[in-house]
Design a protein around this ligand. Structure first.
Ligand SMILES: [Fe+2]
Ligand SMILES: [Fe+2]
Length: 475
């Protein structure tokens, strides 16, 4: 059954009403979640009416339910994609056996850790983005930010449901901890480093939704293959929402590039300083932000070689994205070739047993997926008659995790002298001056139909409503 029960305090399609104990436990967590949302969710706009989409079922039309809602009244619900009858495990040593509806005792702690780590990123990103509303470039963008934020809140609900429903007292304690850790908190930080950095400008927000939410997409795709069926089903539904977050990123960066090109044509110059003086973001600065955000996202996939990844695959816990597209689901007696530094300023190739290279397999799928936006943006640049191209840096560039961690590698992938890296990195990564310039552009625009000067008007509508619609009403 996929229709949502709106009569209940917690909208759900998991028949929560039939399990009183679980329902009570989640109803007990709900006010704590709301307290967290009001304290650490979007600053200043808790009382505003926001034109939001709320999921009311998991089928194709069910999540396109639009209306004005104050964010604290958003109906955060629990949705699992429909159960596939007779689903079997799609990979690893248990290939072909029935999937699990309950957690097997031997995999309890590893599954709990995975769910907690995934769950922790969801409220973390809401916390990171909490001040962005104060500098939004338009009402349209403000509304999109809040849509992303409430959906990250729902993703937290999805993971908390799994913890409560399947991990007993430990799970309930973990659910409390998900609200107790805070992004950037000195004593109780979020689990993953990147999620402790504030996102304080909109260029970073669009980079985050383009790259970091896409990392999320690939983690969810791997977990959507899991033998633990409730986890697989939650992740499958979360993926529909994640796709929207990446769309916000791709569109935002595209509109920035478009505005930059308009200004370059107006002033008849590509000179970064001239572009900045005209109030737009020069392409080299956009490239430096790409270099920063892409390289941080790559680290989120972990080391190229990992025995944890191998056992998660062997045990059916975490598969490859789109596992069905592979011919062989055992991944035994196969190798993945990776490049490693040779210690003498060059690199060599090394064969890693495929199961141990699952992080790398997933990272490569992510990298290929990152290309789509670049093709579009570069077409825009070319059509405007300019030669510059935005590119993804080499995956070896500025890594902090894995075999290339700390290695002096240029964005084109070449290994350079350490002194050269130190002197040139300022031209490859956003500098303090870049940050200061971007911050200087961040002025709030909230008049319906008006857009800040550094970003083009949105071409896309929200639910057939034009860009000048009053998407957020402040009263
Ligand atoms: Fe999410
Ligand atoms: Fe997301």
């Amino acid at each position: 059954m996929s229709t949502l029960n709106y009569q209940e305090r917690i909208p759900n399609n998991v028949d929560l009403g039939s399990n009183r104990q679980l329902q009570r436990a989640l109803e007990h967590w709900q006010p704590r979640f709301l307290t967290w949302w009001k304290e650490l969710g979007p600053e200043r706009y808790q009382g505003a009416d926001v034109y939001l989409r709320t999921a009311i079922s998991v089928d194709e039309n069910g999540w396109a339910n639009y209306g004005f809602v104050k964010m604290p009244d958003y109906r955060w619900g629990i949705f699992l994609a429909d159960q596939e009858p007779n689903r079997t495990i799609g990979f690893g040593d248990l290939y072909g056996k029935p999937v699990w509806q309950q957690v097997p005792a031997e995999f309890r702690s590893v599954l709990r850790r995975l769910i907690v780590t995934q769950g922790d990123t969801e409220p973390a990103s809401v916390e990171q983005q909490r001040l962005l509303g104060l500098t939004c470039p338009s009402l349209y963008d403000l509304r999109n930010l809040f849509q992303v934020n409430v959906e990250e809140g729902r993703h937290l609900w999805a993971m908390v449901y799994l913890l409560h429903a399947h991990f007993g007292r430990d799970g309930r304690e973990e659910a409390e901890e998900l609200l107790a850790r805070h992004s950037g908190d000195a004593d109780k930080p979020r689990i993953l480093g990147t999620f402790n950095e504030p996102i304080s400008d909109w260029l970073s927000f669009f980079m985050f939704t383009y790259f970091t939410d896409r990392d999320g997409k690939f983690q969810l795709k791997s977990l959507a293959e899991s033998a633990f069926d409730p986890l697989a089903r939650s992740c499958r539904f979360m993926l529909t929402e994640e796709a929207y977050h990446m769309h916000v990123g791709e569109n935002g960066i595209g509109r920035i590039v478009q505005r930059t090109l308009e200004v370059m044509k107006e002033i008849g110059s590509e000179d970064p300083e001239a572009v900045r003086r005209a109030g737009a973001i020069d392409l080299p600065t956009i490239q430096r932000y790409v270099n920063f955000w892409f390289s941080s996202s790559l680290d989120l996939f972990g080391s190229e070689q990992s025995s944890n990844a191998a056992s998660a695959f062997a045990n059916g816990i975490k598969g490859r994205p789109d596992e069905a597209s592979f011919e062989d689901h055992l991944a035994l007696n196969q190798a993945c070739t990776i490049e490693v530094p040779d210690g003498a300023g060059g690199m060599r190739r090394e064969d890693v047993p495929l199961r141990n290279a699952m992080n790398e397999v997933t990272r490569r799928a992510f990298i290929a997926d990152c290309e789509s936006g670049f093709i579009r943006w570069n077409r825009l640049i070319q059509k405007s008659g300019f030669q510059t191209q935005l590119t993804l840096p080499s995956p070896r560039f500025r890594r902090a995790i894995g075999v290339w961690a700390g290695q002096p590698v240029a964005p084109d992938g070449s290994i350079i002298a350490r002194e050269a890296w130190e002197t040139r990195k300022a031209s490859w990564l956003p500098s303090e001056a870049d940050h200061a310039f971007i911050r200087s552009l961040m002025r709030q625009v909230i008049e319906p139909g008006k857009v800040a000067g550094w970003i083009a008007r949105p071409a896309r509508k929200v639910n057939h409503l034009d860009a000048d619609y009053e998407y957020v009403k402040f009263h």
